[in-house]
Design a protein around this ligand. Structure first.
Ligand code: IPM
Ligand code: MG
Length: 371
C-alpha cells in the first residue's frame, strides 16, 4: 500500500485536554510507524490557553490552520479562570467558532456500551447491554447561531434576552442526509427529533426529513419523535434507537443524556463533519464528548480513551481507514476487559491506573494486534 501523508491539527485546549491529547498523540505516532499512513502534525492553542497567550479564545491563524488541515483533533476547553471574562472571550467560543467557520454542520455522537463497562451505567445492565446508538446533531444552525440574538434594554430599563431557533430546508436536508447515509451502514433506522407540535421550525424539519426520505432513502426506516418524548424513550428503552437526527439545541441535551446511559463520559468520542467539496474532501473535527474537567486537571488521572477513540473516528470518517479505526477500538476494549480502569470508570476487582498507564496499555494491545 502506498503511504499517504495526512496533515493533522491537534488542539489540546485546557484542563485535562493536554493530558489526554498526549496519550492520543502516542497512538497517532504508533499508527505512523506501523501502518501505511503517515501524519504531518501541527499543534496550536485554543480556548483559555489561547486567551492567556493571545487575548482571544480562537485566533484567525488557528482557523486558517484548521481549514488547510486534512483533519482536526480537538481536546477540551474551559475552566473557572476564564468564566468571568466577557461573553466573546469565553473558551467555548473556540469550539463554536470552529464549527461555524469550518461549516461543520453534522455532529456525530455515538453512545455505545462496551461489555466490560456494562455495570458503569446507572441504568440496569439488561437495559443498556449492547447499546449502540448514534446521535447526529445539527451543529451550525438553530438557536446557537440564529439571528436576531442579544440582550437589549427596554424603554422601562428592564432587559430582554433573545435567541432565535431557525432552520432552512437546505440546512435540514444536508444533516438528514448524513443521518440516512450512516443508518445504511448500521441498522437502517432513523429517528428524527423536533417539537413540531409547538415550533414552526420543527414542523419544517419534520416535513423536510419526510420528503427527503420518500425521495432518496426508502430503504431506511424513518420514525418521528418529539424531543421531550425522545428524552423519556432514551431512558426507558435506549436500544430502540439506531440513528437519531436532531437540531443543535435538542442534540446538545439529548447527547448528554445518551452519553450517561453508558455511565462513562470519559469513553465517548465524537466527530463533526462538513460538506464534501468538489475534490471529495471534507473538513472535519474530532473531539471527546467530555469537557476540560478542571477539578481533576493536572493530576494525571483523566481517562484518555475518549480522546484516543476520537482519533479512531478520525481515521474512519476522514481517511476511510476502517481497519485502523477498528484496531484502536479493539485495543481499548481489551484494555478494559483486562481490568485496567482510570478512576472515572473504576469498578471492584479492577486495577486503578493513571492517564499515562492507560495510554501505554492501549499501545501494548496495538502491538499485539499488529502481530
Ligand atoms: C457540546 C458542548 C458545547 C455545546 C459547549 C461547550 C459550547 O456542550 O459540545 O455539547 O453546547 O455545543
Ligand atoms: Mg453539550
Amino acid at each position: 500500500m502506498m503511504a499517504a501523508n495526512k496533515t493533522l491539527l491537534l488542539l489540546p485546549g485546557d484542563g485535562i485536554g493536554p493530558e489526554v491529547m498526549r496519550e492520543a498523540r502516542r497512538v497517532i505516532d504508533w499508527m505512523d510507524r506501523h501502518r501505511a499512513v503517515t501524519f504531518d502534525i501541527t499543534e496550536d492553542l485554543v480556548g483559555g490557553a489561547s486567551n492567556d497567550a493571545r487575548g482571544v479564545p480562537l485566533a484567525d491563524s488557528t482557523i486558517e490552520l484548521a481549514k488547510t488541515s486534512d483533519a482536526v483533533l480537538f481536546g477540551a476547553v474551559g475552566g473557572a479562570k476564564w468564566e468571568s471574562l466577557g461573553f466573546d472571550k469565553r473558551p467555548e467560543i473556540a469550539i463554536l467558532g470552529l464549527r461555524r467557520e469550518l461549516g461543520l454542520f453534522a455532529n456525530l455522537r455515538p453512545a455505545t456500551v462496551l461489555d466490560p463497562l456494562v455495570d458503569a451505567s446507572t441504568l440496569k445492565p439488561e437495559v443498556v447491554r449492547g447499546l449502540d446508538l448514534m446521535i447526529v446533531r445539527e451543529s451550525t444552525g438553530g438557536a446557537y447561531f440564529g439571528e436576531p440574538r442579544g440582550i437589549e434594554t427596554l424603554p422601562d430599563g428592564s432587559k430582554r434576552g433573545v435567541n432565535t431557533e431557525v432552520y432552512t430546508t437546505a440546512e435540514i436536508e444536508r444533516v438528514a442526509r448524513v443521518a440516512f447515509e450512516l443508518a445504511r451502514k448500521r441498522r437502517r433506522r432513523v429517528c428524527s427529533v423536533e417539537k413540531s407540535n409547538v415550533m414552526e421550525s420543527g414542523l419544517l424539519w419534520r416535513q423536510t426529513v419526510a420528503t427527503l426520505h420518500a425521495r432518496d432513502y426508502g430503504d431506511v426506516e424513518l420514525v418521528n419523535m418529539y424531543a421531550d418524548n425522545c428524552a423519556m424513550q432514551l431512558v426507558r428503552n435506549p436500544r430502540q434507537f439506531d440513528v437519531i437526527v436532531t437540531t443543535n439545541l435538542f442534540g446538545d441535551l439529548l447527547s448528554d443524556l445518551a452519553s450517561m446511559l453508558t455511565g462513562s463520559l470519559g469513553m465517548l468520542p465524537s466527530a463533526t463533519l462538513g460538506a464534501l467539496d468538489s475534490n471529495g474532501r471534507r473538513l472535519a473535527l474530532y473531539e471527546p464528548i467530555h469537557g476540560s474537567a478542571p477539578d481533576i486537571a493536572g493530576k494525571g488521572i483523566a481517562n484518555p480513551l475518549a480522546q484516543i477513540l476520537s482519533f479512531a473516528m478520525l481515521l474512519r470518517y476522514s481517511f476511510d481507514l476502517e481497519a485502523e479505526a477498528r484496531m484502536i477500538e479493539t485495543a481499548a476494549t481489551r484494555v478494559l476487559a483486562n481490568g485496567l480502569r482510570t478512576p472515572d470508570v473504576m469498578a471492584p476487582g479492577c486495577a486503578k491506573v493513571s492517564t499515562h498507564v492507560m495510554g501505554e496499555a492501549v499501545l501494548r494491545e496495538l502491538d499485539k494486534l499488529a502481530g
